[in-house]
Design a protein around this ligand. Structure first.
Ligand code: 5GP
Ligand code: MN
Ligand code: MN
Length: 485
């Protein structure tokens, strides 16, 4: 056996039930992927299965690797009526980090001769790298309006078009945001940063559709072989990180606020020994407060990707005046959402944490826009700057398997430190260029950390997700231009 896991099908593995686990812990993936997972990822998954109010199972997607508290690639749903919790480490620090993909109406042939120019123009237009911000200044009421309004706010300010909103989860605005629960320090960290990519793993990539894997769904997504798409991966910048940190400081044992004596009472909400599993009951004062702040973080990320979309459209309008950058879809992969799911034959409202995991609604789901309802929700999966990325679609089986969730990327195999030891940023950029990928970045050190070799095999990850019934492959894309954070 591998890590003591029991096989429950070709792509499904269960951890042995140990004391404290309230539900099974399930890993989805091929034998090769599961064999390569480290013990820390599985220990974290087991910790998740011990949390109060967890429903059905703690789950790890095929791209899972270890993170803060919960594994990245972790999915867990909690029932507020049974002591269910919300956890900062279950959402992830970059609240509502996600991927948005734009169609362009261009083909690879249009782009090839002007790749260099396009790469330079995108790099100039969209701020990237640590701390590099933009021209929008957000303070006071403007900040609160953005945190409440998300992409709806951005469109109202002239960034993008109303038609975009139907192609964003929740119509571009997460309800229930309470900007008053976001600390002033967190607010300051977005002050001049809206419309920026941030660092490292985030990217703005021009890709071409190398292979159509599902003709019917591709038609619904308006994708054809040879088409060019733009993929934007980023989140809520420093604001989201600070929201997570603020609540961890308040609620973790030995957290900063406690050390300062500001909140000396022991946290009654911490159920497991790992201090990184900080959480609060959904139905509690700090739980509600975190949800109000976290939803503000979601709106911040939705607004951020909307503003970046506007900047990308300006660049394309300059270079390719015939291009039409319509939004295919925008999906977040670091969230906790209140959703309706069927449990033991009853519809229930559950708080579904997806950390480094993508929602993947199946065909017919009422929350999908009419044009996508027949095909299922687009699931946008990054690979790396030197390999394929994928567009998948949610499945009907996914609801029962994983609360309609799937993988969000290839997932790391090497830590950032290890990747820096093994790869040299400048050399990588050179070899990518020979491969036909034009990379632009503020940080060549960041490039080493993001080397294609630092990630799992994206084909293996997506075929595992498909094999497990979590999502259906629709199209495989390859990179042409990548602006890296
Ligand atoms: P995360 O949100 O966990 O930081 O990253 C999501 C996924 O994006 C990673 O698991 C990785 O597979 C993918 N990824 C990272 N860098 C790039 C890139 O430059 N281009 C593409 N297409 N995917 C990337
Ligand atoms: Mn991400
Ligand atoms: Mn992120």
């Amino acid at each position: 056996t591998l890590h003591g896991l029991a096989r429950h099908g070709e792509f499904e593995w269960h951890l042995p039930m140990t004391s404290g686990m309230r539900v099974p812990a399930i890993v989805f993936g091929s034998l090769e992927l599961v064999r390569a997972m480290d013990d820390k990822t599985l220990t974290q998954l087991r910790n998740v299965a011990c949390l109060p109010g967890i429903v059905r199972a703690a789950m790890a997607m095929p791209d899972a690797h270890s993170g803060y508290g919960f594994p990245i690639g972790g999915v867990a749903a909690f029932d507020p009526a049974h002591g269910g919790v919300v956890s900062m480490g279950g959402v992830g620090f970059d609240i509502s980090c996600g991927v948005r993909t734009l169609l362009t109406g261009l083909t690879r042939d249009h782009i090839l001769a002007r790749r260099e120019e396009l790469a330079d123009a995108l790099f100039r237009a969209v701020p990237s790298g640590v701390g590099r911000g933009g021209t929008i200044i957000l303070e006071g009421e403007d900040l609160a309006a953005m945190l409440e309004g998300g992409a709806v706010w951005a469109v109202g300010r002239g960034y993008g078009q109303p038609a975009d909103l139907g192609r964003i989860e929740d119509g571009g605005r997460m309800p229930g945001a309470v900007p008053g629960h976001v600390s002033p320090h967190a607010g300051k960290r977005i002050r001049d940063q809206l419309g920026s990519l941030g660092s490292g793993n985030h990217y703005l990539e021009v890709q071409w559709v190398e292979k159509i894997l599902d003709p019917a769904r591709s038609a619904a997504f308006a994708l054809k072989e040879g088409d060019v798409v733009v993929s934007i991966h980023c989140g809520s910048r420093g604001l989201g990180h600070q929201i997570g940190q603020d609540f961890i400081d308040e609620l973790a044992p030995g957290g900063k606020a406690r050390r300062k004596g500001k909140n000396a009472a022991p946290n009654p909400y911490l159920p497991v020994p790992d201090r990184e599993m900080v959480c609060a009951p959904i139905d509690s004062e700090p739980g509600r407060r975190y949800l109000g702040a976290m939803r503000s973080g979601i709106n911040c990320a939705l607004a951020n990707r909307q503003v970046i979309t506007h900047l990308v459209r300006e660049v394309f309008a300059d270079i390719f005046p015939t291009a039409r950058l319509d939004l295919l879809y925008d999906v977040s992969h670091n969230t906790c959402r209140a959703e309706s799911h069927r449990v033991d034959g009853k519809e229930k409202t559950l708080f579904v944490h997806r950390k480094g995991a993508t929602r993947a609604l199946g065909p017919g789901h009422p929350d999908l826009p009419a044009a996508l309802r027949g095909a299922g929700q687009p699931v946008l999966v990054g690979g790396s700057m030197g390999t394929a990325s994928y567009i998948l679609a949610g499945t009907t089986e996914g609801e029962a398997r994983s609360f309609s969730s799937a993988c969000h990327g290839a997932g790391r195999v090497l830590s950032r430190t290890e990747a820096r030891r093994r790869f040299v940023g400048r050399d990588l950029m050179e070899s990518l260029r020979h491969q036909g990928v034009f990379v632009r970045t503020m940080s060549s050190r960041g490039i080493a950390e993001e080397a294609p070799g630092a990630y799992k095999d994206i084909d293996e990850v997506t075929s595992s997700a498909a094999g497990a019934g979590l999502a259906a492959p629709v199209a495989r894309t390859l990179p042409l231009v990548c602006v890296k954070g």
